[in-house]
Design a protein around this ligand. Structure first.
Ligand code: PHE
Length: 358
């Protein structure tokens, strides 16, 4: 029996020094498990003479109670240590300022579209849309481009491969096909703008093969060229937030307008800065004119009765002018540094009453 006693003493010591739950469990099995010290000792009682059995049995039960108590106590200690460690590890300092999540930025193109839309919305313009992949018929023919006319080549068109000759598809070279779509869908009187992507096979410092325009269209029975001038100069004053914006209307040619003009805005360059409103230089920002009777006819209306104007603004040009971005190519490089520098906070959408600049 003294053999058992010394084993129990050693087990009690081991339990006392156990430093994690797994080793404590090993000692529990060694003491009280199916093949544990106490269990085997109790089993061996059967082979012991009856007169000794009682006393030995009592001793074993005392050992068992001592071991159980030691195990329980150690278990409580280890559990408390574990909880303290977890608390320390998962502690939250609620007085720390929240960690900021990096915020996405609005691309300047989106910002300009929002600004321009807000301005034209106050003048009663609705938004119209058309597809990027457009039929040659709407991109050119319905807009009074005669077949084989050199004006088609001026546009450096991307043609879609495998489209049949009579249903030729192109990447729209301008937003002007939306004029015809809107007239066909809504008739007149109509006052819409149509922002969107446009494509031409052209790539340098001031041209990108994919760029953006905003088309404007006003058709009713009386709108004339002076309305066009008033509308565009009001727009420029609101957009550039200047009272006096010098505009220059240069006679020009587009098959779908007659008369046609290109409009330049006065600006100047000073030590790398672009200043709007000065008259030293001119930068072209849009094409415009009175809608050609053939286009009104394409739109399903009677040109004897209806007339009006259209314009097409280059969005990248507006962005470069207003926010001083020198190189057009960087607009579409997808460089997050550029977007962080030139981008806009997404929730600060512009309105005329609150201001256009965030
Ligand atoms: N579509 C012309 C262009 O891309 C611009 C324009 C639009 C001119 C409407 C006149 C009227 O250059």
């Amino acid at each position: 029996m003294s053999e058992i006693a010394s084993k129990v003493t050693r087990l009690l010591e081991a339990i006392e020094t156990a430093d994690d739950a797994a080793s404590l469990e090993q000692y529990r099995l060694g003491a009280l498990g199916r093949k544990g010290l106490v269990t085997l000792a109790l089993k061996s009682l059967g082979g012991i003479p009856a007169e000794e059995r009682r006393e030995i049995g009592q001793t074993i039960n005392q050992h068992k109670a001592a071991l159980q108590a030691a195990l329980e106590q150690k278990h409580a200690v280890l559990h408390a240590q574990e909880r303290d460690a977890q608390m320390a590890h998962e502690a939250l300092d609620v007085s720390l300022p929240a960690q900021s999540t990096p915020m996405g930025m609005l691309h300047p193109i989106s910002q300009i579209i929002d600004e321009v839309s807000a301005i034209f919305a106050t003048m009663g313009f609705a938004i119209a849309e058309g597809p990027d992949i457009e039929s040659d018929a709407l991109n050119f023919t319905a807009l009074n481009f005669p077949h084989d006319h050199p004006a088609r080549e001026m546009h450096d068109t991307f043609y879609m491969a495998n489209s049949p000759e009579d249903q030729l598809m192109v990447l729209r070279t301008h937003t002007s096909p939306v004029q015809v779509r809107a007239l066909r869908a809504e008739g007149a009187p109509i006052r819409v703008i149509a922002p969107g992507r446009t494509y031409r096979s052209d790539h340098d410092m001031t041209h990108s093969p994919m760029f953006h325009q905003i088309e404007g269209l006003v058709i009713d029975e009386e709108t004339h060229f002076a309305h066009l001038k008033g509308c565009l100069s009001d727009f420029c004053r609101a957009f550039f937030e200047l009272n006096d914006v010098p505009l220059r209307f240069r006679p020009s040619f587009f098959p779908f307008t007659e008369p046609s003009a290109e409009v330049d805005i006065g600006c100047s360059h000073d030590r790398g800065c672009l200043i709007i409103g000065a008259r030293a230089d001119w930068m072209e920002i849009l094409g415009c004119g009175m809608v050609h009777p053939n286009v009104i006819k394409s739109g399903g209306l009677d040109p004897e009765r209806y007339q009006g104007f259209a314009f097409g603004l280059g969005i990248e040009r507006l962005a470069m002018l207003k926010y001083g971005m020198p190189d057009l190519r960087l607009f579409f490089d997808g460089d997050p540094h550029w977007t962080r520098h030139y981008g806009f906070a997404p929730l600060e959408f512009p309105t005329l009453s609150r201001g256009l600049r965030p």
